[in-house]
Design a protein around this ligand. Structure first.
Ligand SMILES: CCOCCOc1ccc(-c2cn(C[C@@H]3NC[C@@H](O)[C@H]3O)nn2)cc1
Length: 449
């Protein structure tokens, strides 16, 4: 045997998000979110899919928690639907929403599973969007109020809190590229929103400290690795800009108290300016307890004028791809984690999302997703390399526990280690579930099995 072994104290887990799994979109007083609106807007989501039912975890969470318990995970990352708590985004609290999450969290704890709660995983209350959404600083205050209520309501039950999931997706993917809700295509707007998300994060951390909550708080940016095609400076610079879009732009404000000059300068060349108000950066840059990292893919990049916003072209040199069409690049996982350590020090890191889209179906009650097992082995090997490099890894949570609503791809893209029949909602453990269960139990895996 050639085993790949992990620290005995490393936490193992799995992740999901409210809008992607809950369903019950109009039940028990929940308000509309921008993803309810977006997914019901023709042409926005593949096959016209929406989150009305999703995989009905709102009603099936007890079954799902038994699957988690059998899996043997230490921690489960989920998100709270903000409009379930504040149907109008602020003001009146929906007690049935709080009751739902208390029952859910109590069931996790009763089964020995530590909850890791994401406060914002993209489902902004539509009522706030109607008043400008994240472009409006009132939304920032509303988020801080929502966060404070959740901290106090779940004091002693939830100890690990994540403020914002993938601020790059919330700002630029959703308001510049435009394929996610609310679907704007305006770089200045997206940049304003990116700053307001950082401010919202900082204000939530402030409320967390003021409430003296036991536990820790962080955020979960998504990152990718871009390897320069050559050692020509233009290729290196193009890759640094492409990576800076996800990393330095969303890391430097928090860890260094300022935006990266090379990105600010580039945005100014594109006619975009940052609207920072007095005191913003001090709020944003207060210390956090851990960093969540979401990693899926990377690419080889080179300079090409006007190929994209950063004069960056991603090229296909034959890397295998997942069923999402993303390159499989485990070396990039190690490289990006090493870069984070080199640039930002030894902040505790949880891998809050890593996984692959493979659409294998059920055959005789089984799902043979060997490609997902290989993806996980390769990326866990890269993770172990990063640990040996000194990266302060505290946990690994795979995306995702269950097949679910994959945003603009609807139900066409499966990331789960548990298969869900989207018609019958039947859950089927995939081969990767059994492999992950054994890996968690051992704390290692056999590289050649
Ligand atoms: C046409 C141009 O396209 C530009 C890139 O377009 C995308 C699309 C999608 C993603 C994307 C999807 N995911 C997985 C989710 N992470 C959070 C969780 O909710 C998962 O469902 N991460 N990143 C990135 C970039």
């Amino acid at each position: 045997m050639a085993i790949m072994e992990f620290p005995k104290d490393m936490k193992w887990g799995a992740a999901t998000a409210a809008f992607q799994i809950e369903g019950a979109a109009y039940k028990d007083g929940k308000g509309l979110s921008i993803w309810d609106t977006f997914s019901h807007t023709p042409g926005k989501v593949l096959n016209g899919d929406n989150g009305d039912v999703a995989i009905d975890s709102y009603h099936r969470y007890e079954e799902d928690i038994q699957l988690m318990k059998e899996l043997g995970i230490d921690t489960y990352r989920f998100s709270v639907s903000w409009p379930r708590i504040f149907p109008a985004g602020s003001g009146e609290v929906n007690q049935k929403g709080l009751e739902y999450y208390h029952n859910f969290v109590d069931a996790l704890l009763a089964n020995g599973i530590e909850p890791m709660c994401t406060l914002y995983h993209w489902d902004l209350p539509q009522a706030l969007q109607d008043k400008g959404g994240w472009d409006n600083r009132e939304t920032v205050e509303a988020f801080a109020d929502y966060a404070e209520l959740m901290f106090k309501e779940f004091k002693g039950k939830i100890k690990n809190w994540i403020t914002i999931n993938e601020p790059w997706c919330v700002s630029f993917l959703s308001n510049f590229i435009g394929i996610h809700a609310p679907g704007n295509q305006d770089l200045q707007l997206a940049t304003n929103i990116s700053h307001h998300l950082m401010l919202a994060h900082g204000k939530a951390v402030t409320r967390f400290r003021e409430a003296a909550i036991e536990g820790g708080i962080g955020y979960a940016p998504n990152v990718e690795w871009l390897e320069p095609f050559s050692n020509k400076q233009e290729d290196i610079d193009a890759c640094n800009r492409g990576m800076g879009f996800l990393m330095e732009w969303f890391f430097d404000p928090i860890f260094k108290g300022s935006y990266p000059d090379f990105m600010v300068d580039w945005f100014e060349k594109k006619g975009v300016t940052l609207q920072i108000e007095e005191g913003d950066m001090e709020i944003i840059s207060q210390p956090i307890d851990f960093l969540g990292i979401n990693y899926y893919t990377g690419a080889i990049g080179r300079y090409k004028k006007d190929a994209d916003l950063f004069d960056l072209e991603r090229i296909d040199i034959g890397f295998e791809k997942t069923d999402f069409g993303w390159f499989i690049y485990p070396e990039g996982f190690y490289r990006v984690l090493a870069k984070i350590k080199d640039q930002y020090g030894s902040i505790p890191i949880y891998i809050t999302e890593n996984g692959a889209c493979y659409n294998d179906g059920v055959e005789n009650g089984r799902v043979h997703d060997q490609r997902r097992i290989e993806y996980l082995k390769q990326h866990l090997t890269a993770l172990k390399r990063s640990i040996d490099y000194g990266v302060n890894i505290k946990g690994y949570l795979t995306w995702s526990l269950l097949d679910n609503f994959e945003w603009a791809e609807g139900y066409d893209k499966r990331f789960g280690i548990i298969h869900v029949d989207f018609n019958t909602l039947e859950r089927t453990k995939k081969d990767s579930y059994y492999w992950y269960k054994q890996t968690i139990s051992n704390g290692w895996f056999d590289m050649f099995y």
